[in-house]
Ligand binder design. Structure first.
Ligand code: MG
Length: 383
């Protein structure tokens, strides 16, 4: 039995995690749940799973929450609530699925409290991968990937060291604008928010869906892989695979390739992270190859999707630059969703902010957070 804390339990990954816990009641016990502001769903989850504590970011709803939950569990709020949940003495693993950068401090707190962490918020590793991984080594805890691509690579690597790897191949669906005939570069400025929110194979949160349309999601995943698996950017590459069946691959130094495949369902990588190193019986995911027919692969179009080049540069150079890329992108996506900038301007804005940044190498957490704040204000000024 694993005692699991879920930070971000009402979001897309969080609700899938709750499903996995319901599938495996003998293995997973949800002892802490934190949500942003969806108090209704948090109450529903808490009444069903009886965690020891819950936390809501919106502290104005605390009294209401206490009223509904009575004394069945402890009710916390805000950043302090997150920190309390992340360090619960009873927790074996903390799954972090909070959108954006708010998960960083709780992730570090969990590691320092000796907890394994399962990372669904890729910002944590993009911004502070060097610090997070070295803290994890220092405290002897595992950093498990929840992202489907990284889970695939983790499963394929199966403990092999970086020296045995020729290349990590991250697969990308290519997003809604993959087809160059339907969406040539000239038409990119006409892309609407509605167009961009239509993802072909995964149902996800808003920010990540826009990131999948620009391919920034894949760029962030390249940086995430670089840190998780301790492999420099030159050995991390992207392959467009529209069917999203091959979740990623490892090419070994002898030329052999291992891939992890299944019909796309986030419950699978979540379950693997929570039951690792074991595999638990679950009938939820079924893959029928005859129905799938063919699997195809293509090279990503660097010209229409400059985000990949920007991310490679950020990951290569390192220091505070990945945090700057990430922060500028968050502001740009927000501006796009609010119809203040057009689609190509997302990458233009990120590129401009990156160019203006004076990088700090091997930064402290404070320097990373300062670069994040700087990039946000630079990006906001440019809009
Ligand atoms: Mg992914």
């Amino acid at each position: 039995m694993k005692n699991v804390v879920v930070l971000g339990s009402t979001g897309s990954i969080g609700t899938s995690t709750v499903k996995v816990a319901e599938d495996l009641p003998q293995r997973i016990r949800l002892i802490g749940l934190a949500a942003g502001n969806n108090s209704e769903l948090l109450v529903e989850q808490a009444l069903k799973h009886q965690p020891m504590a819950v936390s809501l970011n919106d502290s104005s709803k605390m009294a209401e929450l206490r009223g509904k939950l009575g004394d069945t569990c402890e009710v916390l709020a805000g950043a302090e609530g997150l920190m309390r949940l992340a360090t619960m003495p009873e927790a074996d693993i903390v799954l972090i699925a909070i959108v954006g950068t708010a998960g960083l401090q709780p992730a570090l707190a969990a590691i320092r409290a000796g907890k394994d962490i399962a990372v669904a918020s890729k910002e944590i590793l993009v911004m502070a991968g060097e610090i997070v991984m070295s803290e994890a080594r220092k405290h002897g805890v595992k950093v498990l990937a929840v992202d489907s691509e990284h889970s695939a690579i983790f499963q394929c690597l199966d403990g092999k060291p970086p020296e045995s790897v020729r290349k990590l191949w991250l697969t990308a669906s290519g997003g809604p604008f993959r087809d160059e005939r339907a969406w040539p570069r000239e038409k990119f400025s006409e892309i609407t928010v509605e167009n961009a929110l239509k993802h072909p194979s995964w149902v996800m949160g808003r920010k990540i869906t826009i990131d999948s349309a620009t391919l920034f999601n894949k760029g962030l995943e390249m940086i995430e892989a670089r840190w998780l698996f301790d492999i420099e950017m030159a050995r991390v590459d992207v392959l467009v695979h529209p069917q999203s069946i091959v979740h990623s691959m490892v090419e070994f130094v002898d030329g052999s390739l291992l891939a992890q495949l299944s019909t796309p369902d986030m419950c699978l990588p979540i379950q693997y992270a929570l039951t690792y190193p074991e595999r638990a019986v679950n009938e939820r995911v079924q893959t029928h190859f005859p129905k799938l027919g063919s699997l195809t692969f293509e090279e990503p179009d660097a010209e229409r999707f400059p985000s990949l080049t920007l991310a490679r540069r950020a990951g290569d150079v390192g220091g505070t630059l990945p945090a700057v890329l990430n922060a500028a992108n968050e502001v740009a996506v927000d501006a796009f969703v609010n119809r203040k900038i057009n689609f190509p301007q997302i990458t233009e804005l990120v590129s401009r902010v990156m160019d203006a940044h004076t990088r700090v190498s091997h930064p402290t957490l404070e320097q990373i957070l300062a670069s994040d704040a700087w990039a946000r204000s630079e990006a906001a000024k440019a809009i």
